[in-house]
Design a protein. Sequence first.
Length: 607
Amino acid sequence: MEFQVTNSPFNQEQVELLNRLLPTLTDTQRIWLNGYLAATQGSAAAASVGAAPVATAAANAPVISKEVTVLFGSQTGKSQGLAKKVTKKLEEIGFQVSLSSMSDFKPNNLKKIQNLLVLVSTHGEGDPPDNAISFYEFINSKRAPQLDDLRFSVLSLGDTSYEFFCQTGKDFDKRLEELGGKRISPRVDCDVDFDEPAAEWINSVLSSLSEASTVAVTAIGAGAAVTPGAESEYSRTNPFQAEVLENLNLNGRGSDRETRHLEISLEGSNLQYEPGDCIGIYPENHPRLVDELIEAMGWKSDELVTINKNGEQRALREALLRNYEITVLTKPLLEQVAKLTSNTGLQELTAAGHEQDLKTYLVGRDLLDLVQDYSLKGTPAAEFAAILRKMPARLYSIASSFKAFPDEVHVTVRTVRYEAQGRERYGVCSVQLAERIKAGETLPVYIQNNPNFKLPENPETPIIMIGPGTGVAPFRAFLGEREEIGAEGKSWLFYGDQHFSTDFLYQIEWQKWLKNGVLTRMDVAFSRDTDQKVYVQHRMLEKSAELYKWLQEGACVYVCGDEKKMAHDVHATLATIIEQEGSFSPEEAAEYLTRMQQQKRYQRDVY
């Protein structure tokens, strides 16, 4: 929009100057100018009625520190990425910002802080991410100090399909208040589609801190909205349509498993990654499930529904295929459906006192189950679609080194199929990749950087990698990278699956790396090839003396795979090895592992 002489109080020369200047202003410059104009207008108004000048009023007001501490607890890098964004925005408007992982922050400094921003994800069943554990334990202990001078705000990331949604963020928010802290702005809890609520939180924090710390910056203009991910051309909110070059089944004939190896072109995207990063893929729902849902609701495939806040519309079938998640039920969704449909059965299920019944119902069921179980046919498609969660991307550990495969990214995906409630179920992304994506077709993708799962800076540092099944994917990237850079450090891989003959993923590549010395040693566990099941943790115990020796030499340990069972067992095994081989008490062994995590010598990519 341009200024015109006819509809503004400016003369022709001023209009021309404004029209040249305004389009060139950055968000930060707009914020500053907004505040400056508001402050000078306030000063003039005060003088005209004989009041004290603004500068005098500000001098007499309590001085709020322009120093801000930003702490993040992040498992996959999302909270860390957002923490960097809010840090950059604060620095642009004159704040001094200290940005730190919770694991690197000295808890004793907490009492010295006046402005604190906490950005934290929730991992597993309501647990803090690995790099937040020590700080989380400190702040919830008796050693935590009173924080009467603290002003804080919390941004929590989570997933409403988990029972303890954003629990870690809620815990931090509650505890900081208990210790005497006052909120800069209210806590915001983000679901998997976090871009808009995170941007609103960042803007709220910027506005509140600016107003409290200086008269010169008093407002955040509408043009100053923060859009996480907007820095690069392709991102979560603007994925790259990447061509699939190869799509292979890694399992041998006779295996009851199917593991796809995809090679995807990034040519023309300028997207890059490092070993340990993830690729996000936006999948499509199974067409059969979509058609069954439309039929069960009595909808028409071609009727239009609105798919975003911009008012964009799409045919219902297309929207259910690409835009909405229909395979996962969450408590918030059921509460909204109960309200929308006034269904008494659903209202009862979501009422207080029925928490366990609701939890049981949510497991293993999808939207079609809900529609059929509660006879929801007849609810208008437009109203129903409006309460559905957006289709979240699926994140997979990258299985290639960018140095070894420029402009390509490789991914290892196990196909998920099972039966529940008398119906076949499909892993949304894995079955699409297995059945409906061929070489030459495209997928919408982006790169999710993960700074918390990285090779050591010193290539001579020994590394121990523990990755059963598809958890071995990032270690193919690690070794590919170390081969390219000529790393001299020792490497040891623990790998497991069901059968040696059919399930030994990337066997030829491990053998090549063992032969040329990129991989120093490898121990395998094939659980179904022996009468007694043998897993990677059993192989670790068998080699406990040697493994502990590597730890004492400064080796970094990496674990990738299932969080609920495998990662828990591996953690317990590491503690046992340290306790036995180092003659430590259980408490000392736990402290040993905690120190390793703080030193970034124990990193996990678990899900």
